[in-house]
Ligand binder design. Structure first.
Ligand SMILES: Cc1cc2nc3c(=O)[nH]c(=O)nc-3n(C[C@H](O)[C@H](O)[C@H](O)COP(=O)(O)OP(=O)(O)OC[C@H]3O[C@@H](n4cnc5c(N)ncnc54)[C@H](O)[C@@H]3O)c2cc1C
Length: 420
């Protein structure tokens, strides 16, 4: 473990910073072809070990945590510096899998609402490349109704005793700490009885299992808590004010998923599924390069990608200048999910049977499209489903009336659940 060193205050312009980064990257980071990068496999521990190693290099070189405050190990610079760094590091291997959820969601939330000690300990350790942070929110009983969690934290003497289960925790097997939402008061309406905890994932009382997905990946985990003991120092924010913390987390998640977080370093595709399918090449390989219908399909997908890029800049700037509320980050997240689905659907439509049957030769490579199709909807679920995103846009951005909820204002222990 390295010691956290407070970076000196920067007096450099963005251009000077970028020039210094350019020289440092060339000397210190492995060069890659940005159009053909070495992808990380989130399900493999070695990808995480590699990411930590790269992060440690960035930290040693003074280019880690660009937008995090200096007192917590960052550089205390604004987004313009991070964007300039992102431009410079395109051709170098970066620890991209540390961005989300570790930096863009968990560390960002701790920065907003964590205790001074949590900021000094956890944010610094993540920036140094020593620790990974994950999210433990969704439960087997459902994830959309996050305020309805039933994992419980009961007070016993000076400890909190946690019992319950969480699921769909991205990369938790590689994590060190998780932000975990639990119910601490069952006698008040659902949003008022929650508390967020920062849980050390190797603590006794936690059983973690990997989940096998339909595409064969094992990136997600489920955790079972049986009498896990936590102290008051694990509480993030205030007791029974966990909804405030969870709301910050969701806010950061929406921005991160849409690609608009200043806490993400590097912008390349993290894995092969994030690379836009090459529709033109697919059309040529399948002998449809001159087909007007196929050209139309490919053109639509390309235009959507270009609009997405513009939307990220536009919404980001509008939130920053106050002309759109912070919840408008949901627009980016929704458009991102829909763009991904359109791109993969278009690829499969062009590939046809070669996307699902091995047709040999160059067409054999198209089987990836079929596998990718199986997970094309992850963007419409992770970070809240697209239906929930539309609810947020309707209610929080456009100001429509809130949808009916039978449990609004009702003490949680009186809310009907399941077959009760
Ligand atoms: C890639 C990915 C990464 C994830 N990472 C994590 C993680 O790290 N940590 C974590 O805790 N969870 C994670 N999740 C879980 C994710 O947060 C949940 O899948 C999501 O919140 C939806 O919950 P659910 O799957 O339980 O669906 P449910 O809540 O059971 O919903 C089922 C369906 O009903 C719809 N629905 C529900 N309520 C409403 C409503 N009020 N209005 C309209 N439609 C509604 C939903 O949109 C959905 O289509 C991840 C999921 C994915 C796909």
């Amino acid at each position: 473990m390295t010691e956290t060193v407070t970076a000196p205050e920067t007096t450099e312009s963005v251009a000077e910073f970028a020039a210094r980064a350019r020289a440092w990257l060339a000397e210190n980071m492995p060069r890659i072809d940005p159009d053909n990068p070495p992808f990380s496999v989130r399900a493999d521990q070695q990808s995480w070990d590699r990411a930590k190693e790269l992060q440690q290099r960035l930290y040693a070189g003074g280019f880690a945590g660009i937008c995090f405050p200096r007192e917590y190990g960052g550089l205390g610079l604004d987004f313009a510096y991070q964007k300039a760094f992102n431009d410079e590091c395109r051709c170098y291997e970066m620890p991209l899998i540390l961005n989300t959820p570790s930096f863009t969601i968990c560390a960002a939330t701790i920065l907003d609402v964590g205790s001074e000690q949590q900021k000094r300990d956890r944010i610094s350790a993540a920036i140094r490349g020593d620790e990974i942070l994950v999210q433990l929110l969704s439960e087997p009983s459902g994830g959309s109704d996050l305020a309805g969690v039933i994992t419980r934290a009961d007070r016993k003497d000076d400890k909190w005793i946690i019992n319950g289960a969480k699921t769909w925790s991205t990369s938790a097997f590689a994590g060190d700490y998780g932000l975990m939402l639990a119910r601490t008061d069952w006698t008040v309406p659902k949003h008022q009885g929650l508390t967020m905890f920062l849980v050390p994932l190797n603590a006794p009382g936690i059983t973690m299992r990997r989940i096998k997905e339909v595409n064969g990946n094992e990136e997600f985990c489920e955790e079972f808590f049986d009498g896990l003991e936590l102290g008051d120092d694990a509480v993030v924010g205030d007791v029974n004010d966990g909804w405030t913390v969870a709301s910050r987390q969701l806010h950061h998640e929406r921005r991160a998923v849409g690609g608009g977080s200043e806490f993400a370093s590097g912008t390349g595709a993290e894995n092969a599924n994030e690379m836009p399918p090459d529709h033109v090449r697919l059309a040529e390989l399948t002998g449809q390069g001159d087909d007007a219908r196929v050209q139309d399909l490919a053109g639509r997908a390309l235009v959507r990608r270009l609009v997405k890029k513009q939307l990220i800049d536009h919404v980001g700037a509008a939130i920053a200048n106050g002309s759109l509320p912070p919840n408008a980050g949901t627009l980016i997240r929704l458009f991102h999910a829909e763009t991904t689905e359109l791109e993969v659907d278009t690829a499969l439509a062009i590939a046809g049977t070669a996307g699902v049957v091995d047709e040999g030769g160059e067409l054999a490579g198209m089987l990836d499209i079929g596998v990718r199709y199986l997970s094309r909807q992850t963007g419409s679920l992770g970070g809240g489903s697209s239906e929930m995103a539309r609810n947020v846009i309707g209610e929080r951005v456009l100001g429509f009336p809130r949808e009916f909820a039978a449990d609004r204002g009702v003490p949680f222990n009186e809310v009907k659940r399941g077959r009760s």
